[in-house]
Design a protein around this ligand. Structure first.
Ligand code: ADP
Length: 495
């Protein structure tokens, strides 16, 4: 099974969130179950050296921004071939994959990610300059959404197309006058194509022109077919419900395991949880300048700071949280107003609140290990990996009942406690009072160490490995092969 897997970010080469974790862990899992998988992403600065990549093909200059080259290297710590789309004018710049250092979107993201989609499409066709040709092209999020559109526009034999939605809120919307500049035909700029309220949507291109659609949890797959979560594309998604499935993400336990984590003050497994967590908590309090109080419930947050993640709810309940004697340790970046409000809180209450604005992989690991509970009051959450890591680290998640949070955390109710299945605390309505009531329940239980230890032990035993998901993706790929289900579905892959 030859699969070309394309994503705008892949851990450890470039990461802004969970997509990178998925793109770094799913391909090795697919490789282990027998897929011949190659990765494709942009050559952001420094990545070619990390991947030891060398030029293997010239793709020409599709958008007048200079020649694009394919560099070939390896995904670090794996045998997986990585192809980088190198175009210095579009990708060689300081800053993040999507934004400059001040948090402003790159003004030419339209062309940058058109090039990624275009390159994926080029390398998927029989006339690709590379000899290896995929049977499946698996693309992720709006940044790769034009790949299926180009293949539709060009016609002819093509691989099976799988498109995975990691977040419906990011749609890659640009002015329609881009269509001819991208060498795409106006005939695809329709309601059944990539047109979205007069503009072009790269996400919709992926949704409209792929054979199969997936998203990252079963609950989110249902939610996005409704107006509350579909961001205007619920009609298209429910029309394509037969082709849409929710496959729960896994966690990469080679990276996220407290028993082997190189970033921790003290490593621990489920059998040494109480002591291991106590040592890491003390180290974290010292690192962040919080009082060394073993009895204060230490709540941690590792998050993009925005409305989706419910950071306004967090700010609203902070007085109640502090009243309960809890400490808050937060790591994140995002909207400036939320960053400033959190920083002001940390300045006002240094005895209970520590805030680090920025991005730190190492600190994220230490927060997972040192925290007692992880707060994640998301308004919507396609899957969420942070709470899955928290379970493994014995940091009990306090989460809203949505998307992947609903699929991964079992609320500590009378019944689940009785049956020994509780792993965290879940609230239904995304309101400050529901969130407050939920963490007060958590703090209440924290004061009863025996009960707390037993829920923590259950949480740490949960397994969300990638093996199961990899098997399901492989089944999906197989269904697109000529003798699979694909025959039923009309025009289908021929490469
Ligand atoms: P999303 O992809 O919506 O941001 P997820 O929970 O799926 O949310 O994944 C978030 C990933 O990004 C996790 O690996 C988390 O540890 C990481 N992360 C988020 N914010 C930061 C940060 N400021 N510093 C380091 N890692 C972060």
């Amino acid at each position: 099974m030859k699969v070309l897997f394309t994503s705008p970010e892949i851990y450890p080469l470039a990461k802004t969130g969970g997509l990178a974790d998925v793109a770094g862990a799913l391909p090795p899992a697919l490789y282990r179950v027998g897929a011949d998988i190659r990765l494709l992403m942009p050559a952001y600065p420094g990545i070619d050296a990390m991947a030891r990549a060398k030029p293997v093909a010239n793709l020409g200059d599709p958008f007048g921004r200079g020649e694009a080259t394919v560099l070939e290297g390896r995904l670090p710590q794996s045998d997986i071939t990585l192809w980088l789309v190198d175009c210095p004018a579009l990708f060689h710049r300081d800053g993040g994959p999507y934004q400059d250092g001040a948090g402003r979107d790159w003004p030419d993201n339209d062309l940058r990610f058109a090039l990624l989609g275009w390159a994926a499409a080029r390398l998927s066709r029989r006339d690709s300059p590379l000899s290896w040709k995929p049977r499946i092209l698996h693309a992720h999020d709006w940044q790769t959404g034009l790949a299926p559109a180009y293949l539709r526009a060009w016609g002819g034999p093509r691989p099976g197309l799988v498109f995975t939605i990691h977040n419906m809120a990011y749609q890659g919307l640009f002015a329609a006058d881009l269509v001819p500049r991208l060498n795409l035909p106006w005939s695809l700029h329709t309601m059944a194509g990539f047109e979205f309220w007069g503009r072009i949507s790269y996400l919709k291109a992926g949704l409209a022109f792929s054979d199969r659609l997936t998203t990252v949890s079963p609950t989110y797959a249902k939610e996005i077919q409704t107006p509350a979560y579909g961001f205007g594309m619920e009609g298209l998604l429910s029309y394509r419900a037969q082709d849409l499935s929710g496959i729960l993400n896994g966690a990469d336990y080679t990276v996220w395991d407290p028993a082997t984590d190189p970033h921790l003050a003290h490593r621990y497994g489920p059998d040494q949880a109480a002591q291991g967590k106590a040592v890491n908590k003390a180290a974290l309090q010292a690192e962040l300048g919080l009082p060394a109080d073993p009895s204060a419930p230490l709540c941690v947050v590792i998050s993009r700071l925005n409305d989706q993640k419910g950071m306004d709810l967090l700010l609203a309940v902070m007085p109640a949280l502090l009243e309960q004697g809890a400490q808050l340790a937060l790591l994140g970046t995002g909207e400036h107003s939320i960053e400033s409000a959190l920083q002001a809180l940390a300045r006002a209450r240094p005895d209970q609140v520590a805030v680090r604005i920025g991005y730190s992989e190492e600190l994220a690991h230490r927060l997972q290990a040192g925290g007692d509970m992880l707060l994640m009051p998301s308004r919507f959450e396609p899957c969420g990996l942070t709470q899955i890591y928290a379970l493994r680290y014995g940091t009990l998640p306090v989460v809203s009942f949505t998307g992947g949070l609903a699929d991964t955390v079992v609320d500590a109710s009378y019944e689940t406690l009785l049956h020994g299945t509780a792993t965290g605390f879940v609230f239904d309505q995304c309101t400050p009072s529901a969130f407050q009531w939920c963490f007060e329940r958590a703090i209440g239980m924290y004061r009863h160490p025996e009960r707390w230890d037993s829920v923590r032990a259950t949480a740490m035993r949960q397994r969300f490995g990638w093996e199961e998901a990899a098997g399901r993706y492989l089944d999906l790929y197989r269904s697109l092969m000529p003798n699979g289900e694909a025959g039923k579905a009309g025009s289908r892959p021929q490469v």
